[in-house]
Design a protein around this ligand. Sequence first.
Ligand code: NAG
Ligand code: NAG
Ligand code: NAG
Ligand code: NAG
Length: 480
Amino acid sequence: MLIQSALLALGATAVAALKPLTVKDNNFVDESGNRFQIVGVAYQPGGSAAYDPLLNKDPLSHKDTCLRDAALLQILGVNAIRVYNLNPNVNHDECASIFNAAGMYMLLDVNSPFPGESLTDFNPWESYYDTYLNRTFAVVEAFKDYPNTLAFFSGNEVISNVNTTEFVPRYVRAVTRDLKNYVAKHASRPIPVGYSAADVRTALFDSFNYFQCSIEGEDDDMSRADLFALNSYSWCGDSSFEQSSYDKLVQGLSDNSVPVFFSEYGCNQVKPRIFTEVGTIYGPEMTGVFSGGIVYEYSQEENDFGLVNISSDGTVDLLSDFYAFQSQLAKLDFTTLEGSKPAGSAPKPPVCSSKLITTPKFDNNFTLPVEPPNVQGYIDNGIKPVPSGKLVDISDFTVSLAVRNSDGSVLTNLAVKQLDGPNQPGSNKASSTPWLGWYGQLWLDEARIYISVTLREILDNYAPNIPRLRLIISQDDPWL
Ligand SMILES: *[C@@H]1O[C@H](CO)[C@@H](O)[C@H](O)[C@H]1NC(C)=O
Ligand SMILES: *[C@@H]1O[C@H](CO)[C@@H](O)[C@H](O)[C@H]1NC(C)=O
Ligand SMILES: *[C@@H]1O[C@H](CO)[C@@H](O)[C@H](O)[C@H]1NC(C)=O
Ligand SMILES: *[C@@H]1O[C@H](CO)[C@@H](O)[C@H](O)[C@H]1NC(C)=O
Protein backbone atom coordinates (compact mmCIF):
# COMPACT_ATOMS: atom_id res chain seq x y z
CA MET A 1 0.00 0.00 0.00
CA LEU A 2 2.76 2.34 0.99
CA ILE A 3 4.66 1.69 -2.21
CA GLN A 4 1.55 2.14 -4.28
CA SER A 5 0.64 5.52 -2.83
CA ALA A 6 4.25 6.68 -3.11
CA LEU A 7 4.15 5.80 -6.79
CA LEU A 8 0.86 7.55 -7.24
CA ALA A 9 2.25 10.65 -5.58
CA LEU A 10 5.22 10.58 -7.91
CA GLY A 11 2.93 10.30 -10.89
CA ALA A 12 0.84 13.18 -9.70
CA THR A 13 3.66 15.66 -9.31
CA ALA A 14 5.37 15.23 -12.65
CA VAL A 15 3.48 16.25 -15.76
CA ALA A 16 5.53 14.37 -18.30
CA ALA A 17 5.51 16.48 -21.42
CA LEU A 18 6.39 15.85 -25.00
CA LYS A 19 8.50 18.60 -26.47
CA PRO A 20 6.94 20.48 -29.37
CA LEU A 21 8.12 19.49 -32.82
CA THR A 22 8.86 21.96 -35.58
CA VAL A 23 9.13 21.90 -39.34
CA LYS A 24 12.63 22.31 -40.68
CA ASP A 25 12.72 22.33 -44.48
CA ASN A 26 10.90 19.15 -45.47
CA ASN A 27 11.05 17.33 -42.13
CA PHE A 28 9.50 17.38 -38.71
CA VAL A 29 12.30 17.67 -36.19
CA ASP A 30 12.57 17.59 -32.41
CA GLU A 31 14.48 20.01 -30.20
CA SER A 32 17.81 18.40 -30.92
CA GLY A 33 17.20 18.53 -34.65
CA ASN A 34 16.49 14.83 -35.00
CA ARG A 35 13.93 13.79 -37.53
CA PHE A 36 10.47 12.72 -36.38
CA GLN A 37 8.32 10.39 -38.47
CA ILE A 38 4.61 10.19 -37.94
CA VAL A 39 3.41 6.73 -36.92
CA GLY A 40 -0.21 7.59 -36.46
CA VAL A 41 -3.80 6.44 -36.24
CA ALA A 42 -6.92 8.40 -37.15
CA TYR A 43 -8.90 8.81 -33.96
CA GLN A 44 -12.60 9.53 -34.28
CA PRO A 45 -14.46 7.07 -32.04
CA GLY A 46 -18.16 7.25 -32.82
CA GLY A 47 -17.54 8.56 -36.32
CA SER A 48 -18.83 11.99 -37.13
CA ALA A 49 -21.68 11.41 -34.68
CA ALA A 50 -19.15 11.76 -31.86
CA TYR A 51 -19.14 15.47 -32.50
CA ASP A 52 -22.21 17.64 -32.36
CA PRO A 53 -21.79 21.39 -32.09
CA LEU A 54 -24.90 21.52 -29.92
CA LEU A 55 -23.68 18.91 -27.43
CA ASN A 56 -20.62 19.33 -25.27
CA LYS A 57 -18.66 16.42 -26.60
CA ASP A 58 -16.05 15.40 -29.09
CA PRO A 59 -13.44 12.60 -29.19
CA LEU A 60 -11.07 14.42 -26.81
CA SER A 61 -13.52 15.36 -24.09
CA HIS A 62 -13.88 12.21 -22.01
CA LYS A 63 -11.12 11.17 -19.63
CA ASP A 64 -12.00 7.48 -19.26
CA THR A 65 -12.21 6.77 -22.97
CA CYS A 66 -9.01 8.72 -23.64
CA LEU A 67 -7.19 6.68 -20.97
CA ARG A 68 -8.47 3.46 -22.50
CA ASP A 69 -7.52 4.47 -26.03
CA ALA A 70 -4.16 6.05 -25.20
CA ALA A 71 -3.13 2.82 -23.43
CA LEU A 72 -4.21 0.73 -26.41
CA LEU A 73 -2.48 3.03 -28.88
CA GLN A 74 0.69 2.73 -26.80
CA ILE A 75 0.45 -1.05 -26.98
CA LEU A 76 -0.15 -0.75 -30.71
CA GLY A 77 3.08 1.23 -31.03
CA VAL A 78 2.04 4.58 -32.54
CA ASN A 79 3.22 8.09 -31.72
CA ALA A 80 0.47 10.31 -33.13
CA ILE A 81 -3.27 10.62 -33.59
CA ARG A 82 -5.31 12.58 -36.07
CA VAL A 83 -8.60 13.93 -34.77
CA TYR A 84 -11.15 15.33 -37.21
CA ASN A 85 -14.19 16.84 -35.60
CA LEU A 86 -13.45 18.97 -32.61
CA ASN A 87 -15.61 21.23 -30.53
CA PRO A 88 -13.42 24.17 -29.51
CA ASN A 89 -15.70 25.01 -26.61
CA VAL A 90 -15.37 21.79 -24.63
CA ASN A 91 -12.52 21.11 -22.23
CA HIS A 92 -9.78 18.92 -23.73
CA ASP A 93 -7.25 19.31 -20.92
CA GLU A 94 -7.49 15.80 -19.51
CA CYS A 95 -7.42 14.02 -22.87
CA ALA A 96 -4.63 16.19 -24.27
CA SER A 97 -2.64 15.58 -21.09
CA ILE A 98 -3.26 11.83 -21.28
CA PHE A 99 -2.15 11.60 -24.90
CA ASN A 100 0.80 13.82 -24.07
CA ALA A 101 1.87 11.54 -21.23
CA ALA A 102 1.38 8.58 -23.54
CA GLY A 103 3.91 10.05 -25.98
CA MET A 104 1.45 10.94 -28.69
CA TYR A 105 1.31 14.02 -30.85
CA MET A 106 -2.01 15.34 -32.16
CA LEU A 107 -2.74 16.40 -35.75
CA LEU A 108 -5.99 18.30 -35.69
CA ASP A 109 -8.57 19.30 -38.27
CA VAL A 110 -9.93 22.79 -37.71
CA ASN A 111 -12.97 21.99 -39.87
CA SER A 112 -15.95 19.72 -39.35
CA PRO A 113 -18.59 18.37 -41.74
CA PHE A 114 -21.28 20.56 -40.19
CA PRO A 115 -22.59 23.42 -42.33
CA GLY A 116 -20.61 26.58 -41.78
CA GLU A 117 -17.68 24.65 -40.34
CA SER A 118 -15.73 23.89 -43.53
CA LEU A 119 -15.20 25.11 -47.07
CA THR A 120 -17.59 23.64 -49.60
CA ASP A 121 -16.15 22.06 -52.72
CA PHE A 122 -18.95 23.66 -54.78
CA ASN A 123 -18.90 27.49 -54.94
CA PRO A 124 -16.29 27.75 -52.19
CA TRP A 125 -16.72 31.55 -51.96
CA GLU A 126 -20.13 30.94 -50.40
CA SER A 127 -18.58 29.16 -47.40
CA TYR A 128 -15.60 31.48 -46.93
CA TYR A 129 -16.90 33.97 -44.39
CA ASP A 130 -16.17 35.36 -40.96
CA THR A 131 -17.98 32.94 -38.64
CA TYR A 132 -16.46 29.97 -40.46
CA LEU A 133 -12.95 31.35 -39.99
CA ASN A 134 -13.80 32.27 -36.41
CA ARG A 135 -14.49 28.57 -35.81
CA THR A 136 -11.14 27.54 -37.25
CA PHE A 137 -9.38 30.12 -35.07
CA ALA A 138 -11.30 28.81 -32.05
CA VAL A 139 -9.84 25.33 -32.64
CA VAL A 140 -6.37 26.89 -32.82
CA GLU A 141 -6.97 28.69 -29.54
CA ALA A 142 -8.28 25.54 -27.84
CA PHE A 143 -5.20 23.47 -28.79
CA LYS A 144 -2.27 25.84 -29.32
CA ASP A 145 -0.99 25.58 -25.74
CA TYR A 146 -0.61 21.81 -25.63
CA PRO A 147 3.00 20.88 -26.38
CA ASN A 148 1.89 17.76 -28.26
CA THR A 149 -0.20 19.65 -30.81
CA LEU A 150 1.78 18.84 -33.94
CA ALA A 151 -0.19 20.43 -36.77
CA PHE A 152 -3.50 21.85 -37.95
CA PHE A 153 -5.19 20.72 -41.16
CA SER A 154 -6.66 23.71 -42.97
CA GLY A 155 -8.83 21.47 -45.13
CA ASN A 156 -9.58 17.83 -45.81
CA GLU A 157 -10.30 16.52 -49.32
CA VAL A 158 -12.02 19.72 -50.42
CA ILE A 159 -10.54 19.09 -53.85
CA SER A 160 -12.48 15.89 -54.39
CA ASN A 161 -12.72 15.56 -58.16
CA VAL A 162 -11.70 17.36 -61.29
CA ASN A 163 -14.71 19.70 -61.10
CA THR A 164 -13.50 21.10 -57.82
CA THR A 165 -10.04 22.02 -59.05
CA GLU A 166 -11.03 25.26 -60.74
CA PHE A 167 -11.67 27.50 -57.72
CA VAL A 168 -11.19 25.49 -54.52
CA PRO A 169 -7.35 25.62 -54.45
CA ARG A 170 -7.18 29.38 -54.00
CA TYR A 171 -9.74 29.21 -51.17
CA VAL A 172 -7.87 26.44 -49.37
CA ARG A 173 -4.72 28.47 -49.77
CA ALA A 174 -6.52 31.52 -48.38
CA VAL A 175 -7.74 29.57 -45.33
CA THR A 176 -4.19 28.29 -44.81
CA ARG A 177 -2.95 31.89 -44.93
CA ASP A 178 -5.57 33.09 -42.44
CA LEU A 179 -4.77 30.25 -40.03
CA LYS A 180 -1.04 30.85 -40.31
CA ASN A 181 -1.56 34.54 -39.63
CA TYR A 182 -3.66 33.67 -36.60
CA VAL A 183 -1.09 31.17 -35.26
CA ALA A 184 1.76 33.66 -35.82
CA LYS A 185 -0.07 36.33 -33.86
CA HIS A 186 -1.54 34.27 -31.02
CA ALA A 187 0.42 31.05 -30.47
CA SER A 188 3.65 31.01 -28.51
CA ARG A 189 5.30 28.72 -31.04
CA PRO A 190 5.03 28.06 -34.77
CA ILE A 191 2.46 25.28 -35.21
CA PRO A 192 2.47 24.00 -38.80
CA VAL A 193 -0.65 24.34 -40.96
CA GLY A 194 -1.34 22.39 -44.16
CA TYR A 195 -3.85 20.63 -46.35
CA SER A 196 -4.91 16.97 -46.32
CA ALA A 197 -5.59 15.95 -49.92
CA ALA A 198 -7.70 13.19 -51.39
CA ASP A 199 -5.56 10.93 -53.54
CA VAL A 200 -7.22 11.99 -56.80
CA ARG A 201 -4.21 11.44 -59.01
CA THR A 202 -5.34 13.87 -61.72
CA ALA A 203 -5.37 16.66 -59.16
CA LEU A 204 -2.82 15.51 -56.59
CA PHE A 205 0.46 16.80 -57.94
CA ASP A 206 -1.02 20.10 -59.09
CA SER A 207 -2.51 20.51 -55.60
CA PHE A 208 0.87 19.74 -54.06
CA ASN A 209 2.58 22.40 -56.14
CA TYR A 210 -0.24 24.89 -55.77
CA PHE A 211 0.10 24.71 -51.97
CA GLN A 212 3.86 24.34 -51.54
CA CYS A 213 4.87 27.11 -53.93
CA SER A 214 5.80 30.55 -52.73
CA ILE A 215 4.11 33.50 -54.35
CA GLU A 216 7.08 35.80 -53.97
CA GLY A 217 9.59 32.99 -53.98
CA GLU A 218 10.18 33.38 -50.22
CA ASP A 219 10.03 30.61 -47.59
CA ASP A 220 7.99 32.81 -45.29
CA ASP A 221 5.05 33.40 -47.65
CA MET A 222 2.12 33.25 -45.19
CA SER A 223 -0.15 31.52 -47.69
CA ARG A 224 2.33 28.75 -48.37
CA ALA A 225 1.47 25.45 -46.65
CA ASP A 226 3.87 24.22 -43.96
CA LEU A 227 3.21 20.59 -44.91
CA PHE A 228 1.40 18.50 -47.51
CA ALA A 229 -0.57 15.41 -46.56
CA LEU A 230 -2.60 12.94 -48.58
CA ASN A 231 -5.23 10.33 -47.89
CA SER A 232 -4.23 7.38 -50.02
CA TYR A 233 -5.75 3.93 -50.31
CA SER A 234 -3.81 2.58 -53.26
CA TRP A 235 -1.96 -0.19 -51.38
CA CYS A 236 -4.43 -3.04 -50.92
CA GLY A 237 -3.58 -6.45 -49.50
CA ASP A 238 -0.11 -7.87 -50.07
CA SER A 239 0.90 -5.28 -52.64
CA SER A 240 4.27 -3.76 -53.50
CA PHE A 241 5.90 -0.37 -53.98
CA GLU A 242 5.23 -0.51 -57.73
CA GLN A 243 1.91 -2.35 -57.77
CA SER A 244 0.42 0.08 -55.24
CA SER A 245 1.73 2.99 -57.31
CA TYR A 246 3.46 4.32 -54.21
CA ASP A 247 6.44 4.68 -56.58
CA LYS A 248 4.43 7.25 -58.55
CA LEU A 249 3.61 9.11 -55.35
CA VAL A 250 7.26 9.31 -54.36
CA GLN A 251 8.15 10.46 -57.86
CA GLY A 252 5.40 13.10 -58.03
CA LEU A 253 6.10 14.48 -54.56
CA SER A 254 9.86 14.20 -54.53
CA ASP A 255 10.71 17.87 -54.95
CA ASN A 256 9.02 18.56 -51.62
CA SER A 257 10.08 21.73 -49.87
CA VAL A 258 7.75 20.83 -46.95
CA PRO A 259 7.11 17.58 -45.04
CA VAL A 260 4.90 15.11 -46.91
CA PHE A 261 3.03 12.25 -45.25
CA PHE A 262 -0.06 10.08 -45.48
CA SER A 263 -2.83 11.74 -43.46
CA GLU A 264 -4.79 8.50 -44.01
CA TYR A 265 -3.83 5.09 -45.38
CA GLY A 266 -4.96 1.49 -45.02
CA CYS A 267 -7.07 0.15 -47.90
CA ASN A 268 -9.69 -2.34 -46.72
CA GLN A 269 -10.67 -3.87 -50.04
CA VAL A 270 -8.70 -6.98 -49.10
CA LYS A 271 -9.61 -8.27 -45.64
CA PRO A 272 -8.30 -8.88 -43.09
CA ARG A 273 -5.80 -6.09 -43.53
CA ILE A 274 -2.16 -7.14 -43.17
CA PHE A 275 -0.51 -3.71 -43.42
CA THR A 276 2.48 -4.81 -45.45
CA GLU A 277 2.76 -1.20 -46.65
CA VAL A 278 4.20 -0.28 -43.25
CA GLY A 279 7.61 -1.74 -44.11
CA THR A 280 7.67 0.25 -47.34
CA ILE A 281 6.40 3.55 -45.94
CA TYR A 282 9.14 3.51 -43.30
CA GLY A 283 11.72 1.91 -45.57
CA PRO A 284 14.43 3.28 -47.85
CA GLU A 285 12.14 3.64 -50.88
CA MET A 286 9.97 6.24 -49.17
CA THR A 287 11.53 7.88 -46.14
CA GLY A 288 13.53 10.25 -48.35
CA VAL A 289 10.24 11.94 -49.26
CA PHE A 290 7.62 10.75 -46.77
CA SER A 291 7.54 11.48 -43.05
CA GLY A 292 5.34 8.52 -42.22
CA GLY A 293 1.60 8.22 -42.12
CA ILE A 294 -1.65 7.80 -40.25
CA VAL A 295 -3.66 4.59 -40.45
CA TYR A 296 -7.37 4.94 -40.91
CA GLU A 297 -8.77 4.34 -38.31
CA TYR A 298 -8.90 3.47 -34.62
CA SER A 299 -12.50 2.46 -34.08
CA GLN A 300 -14.80 0.26 -36.08
CA GLU A 301 -17.51 2.37 -37.72
CA GLU A 302 -19.93 1.71 -40.54
CA ASN A 303 -17.23 2.01 -43.20
CA ASP A 304 -15.37 -0.96 -41.66
CA PHE A 305 -11.84 0.33 -41.12
CA GLY A 306 -11.58 -0.30 -37.38
CA LEU A 307 -8.66 -1.61 -35.40
CA VAL A 308 -10.90 -1.95 -32.35
CA ASN A 309 -14.63 -2.28 -31.76
CA ILE A 310 -16.08 -0.03 -29.09
CA SER A 311 -19.30 -1.17 -27.44
CA SER A 312 -21.93 1.17 -26.11
CA ASP A 313 -20.87 0.38 -22.51
CA GLY A 314 -17.38 1.69 -23.28
CA THR A 315 -15.67 -1.70 -23.33
CA VAL A 316 -13.48 -2.52 -26.29
CA ASP A 317 -12.73 -5.59 -28.38
CA LEU A 318 -9.45 -5.69 -30.28
CA LEU A 319 -9.94 -6.72 -33.90
CA SER A 320 -7.56 -8.69 -36.10
CA ASP A 321 -6.39 -5.48 -37.83
CA PHE A 322 -5.06 -4.29 -34.47
CA TYR A 323 -2.70 -7.26 -34.12
CA ALA A 324 -1.70 -7.13 -37.79
CA PHE A 325 -0.77 -3.45 -37.66
CA GLN A 326 0.96 -3.94 -34.30
CA SER A 327 3.13 -6.75 -35.63
CA GLN A 328 4.18 -4.65 -38.65
CA LEU A 329 5.13 -1.71 -36.43
CA ALA A 330 7.10 -4.03 -34.15
CA LYS A 331 9.41 -4.81 -37.08
CA LEU A 332 10.47 -1.18 -37.57
CA ASP A 333 13.74 0.17 -36.30
CA PHE A 334 12.65 3.30 -34.47
CA THR A 335 16.17 4.29 -33.54
CA THR A 336 17.03 4.77 -37.19
CA LEU A 337 13.62 6.21 -38.06
CA GLU A 338 13.55 8.87 -35.37
CA GLY A 339 16.99 9.17 -33.93
CA SER A 340 18.97 10.83 -36.68
CA LYS A 341 19.44 14.22 -38.30
CA PRO A 342 17.78 14.72 -41.69
CA ALA A 343 20.14 13.88 -44.50
CA GLY A 344 20.95 16.33 -47.26
CA SER A 345 19.37 19.65 -48.10
CA ALA A 346 15.74 20.22 -49.05
CA PRO A 347 14.50 21.57 -52.37
CA LYS A 348 13.65 25.29 -52.33
CA PRO A 349 9.95 26.10 -52.63
CA PRO A 350 9.06 26.65 -56.29
CA VAL A 351 7.87 30.11 -57.24
CA CYS A 352 4.11 30.06 -57.86
CA SER A 353 3.34 30.26 -61.54
CA SER A 354 0.84 28.82 -63.97
CA LYS A 355 3.76 26.79 -65.35
CA LEU A 356 3.64 24.60 -62.22
CA ILE A 357 0.11 23.50 -63.09
CA THR A 358 -0.16 20.61 -65.54
CA THR A 359 -3.88 19.83 -65.72
CA PRO A 360 -6.26 21.93 -67.81
CA LYS A 361 -8.95 23.52 -65.61
CA PHE A 362 -6.83 23.32 -62.44
CA ASP A 363 -6.64 26.68 -60.70
CA ASN A 364 -3.58 28.61 -61.82
CA ASN A 365 -4.55 31.92 -60.30
CA PHE A 366 -2.39 32.82 -57.30
CA THR A 367 -4.19 36.07 -56.52
CA LEU A 368 -5.90 34.81 -53.40
CA PRO A 369 -9.31 35.87 -52.16
CA VAL A 370 -9.02 38.65 -49.58
CA GLU A 371 -10.10 37.94 -46.01
CA PRO A 372 -13.86 38.31 -45.52
CA PRO A 373 -15.04 41.30 -43.44
CA ASN A 374 -14.17 41.10 -39.70
CA VAL A 375 -11.48 38.48 -40.18
CA GLN A 376 -8.50 40.82 -40.05
CA GLY A 377 -9.95 42.06 -36.76
CA TYR A 378 -10.02 38.50 -35.38
CA ILE A 379 -6.42 38.00 -36.46
CA ASP A 380 -5.26 41.29 -34.96
CA ASN A 381 -7.17 41.14 -31.69
CA GLY A 382 -8.01 37.46 -31.17
CA ILE A 383 -11.48 35.96 -31.20
CA LYS A 384 -13.93 36.48 -28.35
CA PRO A 385 -14.83 34.66 -26.18
CA VAL A 386 -11.63 32.72 -26.47
CA PRO A 387 -11.33 29.00 -25.70
CA SER A 388 -8.11 27.84 -24.04
CA GLY A 389 -6.34 24.67 -23.06
CA LYS A 390 -3.49 23.66 -20.78
CA LEU A 391 -1.89 20.46 -19.51
CA VAL A 392 -3.25 19.24 -16.19
CA ASP A 393 -2.11 16.65 -13.68
CA ILE A 394 -3.59 13.21 -14.16
CA SER A 395 -3.40 11.43 -10.82
CA ASP A 396 -4.29 7.94 -11.98
CA PHE A 397 -3.48 6.46 -15.36
CA THR A 398 -5.33 3.18 -14.77
CA VAL A 399 -7.84 2.17 -17.42
CA SER A 400 -11.24 1.49 -15.90
CA LEU A 401 -13.01 0.19 -19.00
CA ALA A 402 -12.53 -3.46 -19.95
CA VAL A 403 -10.63 -4.36 -23.09
CA ARG A 404 -10.87 -7.82 -24.57
CA ASN A 405 -8.56 -9.67 -26.91
CA SER A 406 -10.06 -11.23 -29.99
CA ASP A 407 -10.38 -14.53 -28.10
CA GLY A 408 -12.44 -12.87 -25.38
CA SER A 409 -9.73 -12.80 -22.70
CA VAL A 410 -9.50 -9.53 -20.80
CA LEU A 411 -6.32 -7.46 -20.92
CA THR A 412 -4.76 -7.27 -17.49
CA ASN A 413 -2.98 -4.34 -15.79
CA LEU A 414 -4.13 -1.92 -18.45
CA ALA A 415 -2.84 1.60 -17.80
CA VAL A 416 -1.21 4.44 -19.70
CA LYS A 417 2.54 4.40 -19.18
CA GLN A 418 3.95 7.88 -18.68
CA LEU A 419 6.69 8.52 -21.19
CA ASP A 420 8.92 11.52 -21.65
CA GLY A 421 9.35 11.09 -25.38
CA PRO A 422 7.34 9.83 -28.36
CA ASN A 423 5.78 6.41 -27.91
CA GLN A 424 7.43 3.41 -29.55
CA PRO A 425 6.42 -0.24 -29.89
CA GLY A 426 7.10 -2.12 -26.68
CA SER A 427 6.63 0.85 -24.35
CA ASN A 428 3.48 -0.58 -22.84
CA LYS A 429 3.47 -4.30 -22.28
CA ALA A 430 0.05 -4.86 -20.75
CA SER A 431 -0.76 -8.25 -22.19
CA SER A 432 -1.68 -7.43 -25.70
CA THR A 433 -1.77 -10.48 -27.89
CA PRO A 434 -4.52 -13.06 -27.51
CA TRP A 435 -1.86 -15.68 -27.05
CA LEU A 436 -0.12 -13.92 -24.18
CA GLY A 437 -3.35 -12.79 -22.62
CA TRP A 438 -4.78 -16.25 -22.54
CA TYR A 439 -1.70 -17.98 -21.21
CA GLY A 440 -1.05 -15.19 -18.75
CA GLN A 441 -4.51 -15.59 -17.29
CA LEU A 442 -4.20 -19.36 -17.22
CA TRP A 443 -0.87 -19.14 -15.45
CA LEU A 444 -2.31 -16.81 -12.82
CA ASP A 445 -5.30 -19.06 -12.27
CA GLU A 446 -3.09 -22.13 -11.91
CA ALA A 447 -0.74 -20.40 -9.52
CA ARG A 448 -3.69 -19.35 -7.41
CA ILE A 449 -5.16 -22.84 -7.35
CA TYR A 450 -1.80 -24.29 -6.46
CA ILE A 451 -1.24 -21.92 -3.54
CA SER A 452 -4.78 -22.41 -2.28
CA VAL A 453 -4.66 -26.18 -2.43
CA THR A 454 -1.24 -26.29 -0.79
CA LEU A 455 -2.41 -24.07 2.02
CA ARG A 456 -5.47 -26.21 2.57
CA GLU A 457 -3.32 -29.34 2.78
CA ILE A 458 -0.97 -27.73 5.27
CA LEU A 459 -3.89 -26.69 7.41
CA ASP A 460 -5.51 -30.13 7.15
CA ASN A 461 -2.30 -31.88 8.17
CA TYR A 462 -0.92 -29.66 10.85
CA ALA A 463 -3.80 -27.71 12.29
CA PRO A 464 -6.98 -29.68 11.76
CA ASN A 465 -8.68 -28.23 14.83
CA ILE A 466 -7.95 -24.59 14.19
CA PRO A 467 -10.85 -22.69 12.69
CA ARG A 468 -10.13 -22.02 9.03
CA LEU A 469 -9.02 -18.59 8.05
CA ARG A 470 -10.19 -17.65 4.64
CA LEU A 471 -7.14 -16.32 2.91
CA ILE A 472 -8.39 -13.82 0.41
CA ILE A 473 -6.22 -14.07 -2.65
CA SER A 474 -9.10 -13.02 -4.78
CA GLN A 475 -12.53 -11.87 -3.69
CA ASP A 476 -14.18 -14.98 -5.01
CA ASP A 477 -11.48 -17.54 -4.35
CA PRO A 478 -13.32 -20.88 -4.12
CA TRP A 479 -10.35 -22.96 -3.04
CA LEU A 480 -10.15 -22.46 0.71
C1 NAG B 1 -16.09 32.71 -32.32
O1 NAG B 1 -15.75 31.49 -31.64
C2 NAG B 1 -16.04 31.49 -30.26
C3 NAG B 1 -15.52 30.18 -29.70
O2 NAG B 1 -16.14 29.09 -30.32
C4 NAG B 1 -17.55 31.63 -30.07
O3 NAG B 1 -17.85 31.63 -28.71
C5 NAG B 1 -17.99 32.93 -30.71
O4 NAG B 1 -19.37 33.03 -30.64
C6 NAG B 1 -17.58 32.97 -32.17
N1 NAG B 1 -17.88 34.26 -32.73
C7 NAG B 1 -18.40 34.39 -33.95
C8 NAG B 1 -18.64 35.78 -34.40
O5 NAG B 1 -18.66 33.47 -34.68
C1 NAG C 1 -18.60 17.57 -63.02
O1 NAG C 1 -19.50 18.56 -63.47
C2 NAG C 1 -20.28 18.14 -64.59
C3 NAG C 1 -21.10 19.33 -65.07
O2 NAG C 1 -21.62 20.06 -64.01
C4 NAG C 1 -21.16 16.96 -64.17
O3 NAG C 1 -21.93 16.51 -65.25
C5 NAG C 1 -20.25 15.83 -63.67
O4 NAG C 1 -21.04 14.78 -63.16
C6 NAG C 1 -19.33 16.33 -62.57
N1 NAG C 1 -18.38 15.30 -62.25
C7 NAG C 1 -18.14 14.91 -61.02
C8 NAG C 1 -17.10 13.84 -60.86
O5 NAG C 1 -18.70 15.39 -60.04
C1 NAG D 1 -18.85 -4.60 -32.60
O1 NAG D 1 -19.69 -4.59 -31.47
C2 NAG D 1 -21.07 -4.61 -31.78
C3 NAG D 1 -21.88 -4.55 -30.49
O2 NAG D 1 -21.26 -3.77 -29.54
C4 NAG D 1 -21.40 -5.87 -32.53
O3 NAG D 1 -22.76 -5.86 -32.90
C5 NAG D 1 -20.54 -5.98 -33.76
O4 NAG D 1 -20.76 -7.23 -34.39
C6 NAG D 1 -19.08 -5.87 -33.41
N1 NAG D 1 -18.31 -5.82 -34.63
C7 NAG D 1 -17.19 -6.48 -34.78
C8 NAG D 1 -16.50 -6.31 -36.10
O5 NAG D 1 -16.72 -7.18 -33.92
C1 NAG E 1 -7.77 35.52 -59.75
O1 NAG E 1 -8.54 35.36 -58.58
C2 NAG E 1 -8.92 36.57 -57.98
C3 NAG E 1 -9.66 36.25 -56.70
O2 NAG E 1 -9.20 35.12 -56.10
C4 NAG E 1 -9.80 37.38 -58.95
O3 NAG E 1 -10.12 38.60 -58.36
C5 NAG E 1 -9.05 37.58 -60.24
O4 NAG E 1 -9.92 38.17 -61.18
C6 NAG E 1 -8.57 36.27 -60.80
N1 NAG E 1 -7.76 36.50 -61.98
C7 NAG E 1 -8.01 35.92 -63.14
C8 NAG E 1 -7.08 36.24 -64.26
O5 NAG E 1 -8.96 35.15 -63.30
